[in-house]
Design a protein around this ligand. Structure first.
Ligand SMILES: O=C(O)CCC(=O)C(=O)O
Length: 272
């Protein structure tokens, strides 16, 4: 067994320094900001320079305040970008998953991106950050289900990089509530057990879906942009036995999102 896999099995995670090409990360980050910029223009009337970090992120906050629904949908749209999906199936990622023990990896859920900032929360709610949780509860895939997490900006404690409890992946699936996106573990957790991780752009965290982790506290005025990639192992016996369960439900809206749209004229214009 490789040292990497030993460390992964033992701690439930590994951090690989300088693993991803910075240009590749930047292409994902740039595509995401361009998508947001288009809606920022529509909602606030401002053309923002995506490379002027503070101005751009202030415009993100204004967009969030002015049209929450569009902000949420734009947040989902960036998760559908070509650059992000290309990375999710990159041979470098596939090799890495095999190295930590997934003989035959398959995507567990579509790639996700998070924009963590207290200025992107409603009514002072804490939903901009995730409480202690295990991703397996929402994915319910193979027992060796694995997550890759990385920030697209340098991320230490101040900007709230992830906090993990080493070895917690072997302590079982914890009771949890359904608050927020991933829920929160309700059984007593000792806060002192969390380790604060730190990253430069290019570093990645690979962790077992059973590892207990939580968002750090972003006390800066900037957004902590990060990506999460989730995988299962098609060869894991209990995953096969349980009929390849798929707990992520993608369902279409039942009603038209934009009532009485489109008109015949609009369609004729598109196809003229
Ligand atoms: O990026 C974060 O703050 C939380 C991400 C996370 O815990 C997850 O996606 O499971």
């Amino acid at each position: 067994m490789s040292t990497l896999q030993q460390q992964f099995n033992n701690d439930g995670y590994v951090i690989l320094r300088d693993f991803l090409d910075k240009d590749l990360i930047n292409s994902i980050y740039t595509e995401a900001r361009k998508i947001f910029a288009a809606q920022i223009k529509r909602v606030t009337g401002k053309s923002v320079d995506i490379d002027d970090k503070d101005a751009f992120e202030n415009a993100m906050f204004e967009f969030f305040e002015k049209d929450f629904n569009a902000f949420v949908n734009t947040g989902k749209t960036v998760q559908h970008s070509f650059s992000l999906h290309r990375l999710g199936v990159d041979p470098q990622i596939e090799r890495l998953l095999k190295q930590v023990g997934l003989e035959n990896p398959i995507i567990g859920a579509r790639p996700a991106m998070q924009f963590n900032s207290r200025f992107l929360s409603k009514d002072g709610s804490k939903h901009w950050k995730l409480d202690a949780h295990q991703d397996w509860r929402t994915g319910q895939g193979s027992l060796d289900s694995t997550v890759i997490w990385f920030p697209m900006v340098d991320a230490g404690a101040d900007i709230g990089a992830l906090q993990v409890i080493p070895g917690s992946h072997k302590t079982g699936l914890k009771e949890s509530n359904t608050s927020g996106y991933q829920g929160g573990i309700t059984a007593g957790i000792n806060d002192n057990e969390f380790i604060q991780t730190e990253f430069k752009v290019g570093d990645i965290l690979v962790f077992s879906a059973f590892l207990i982790h939580q968002s750090g506290n972003n006390i800066t005025n900037n957004i902590r942009w990060s990506v999460q990639l989730r995988y299962n192992n098609l060869e894991e016996p209990t995953f096969i036995e349980r009929g390849y369960p798929m707990a992520y439900i993608y369902a279409p809206e039942k009603e038209l999102v934009t009532p009485n749209f489109p008109s015949v004229e609009q369609l004729q214009t598109v196809f003229s």
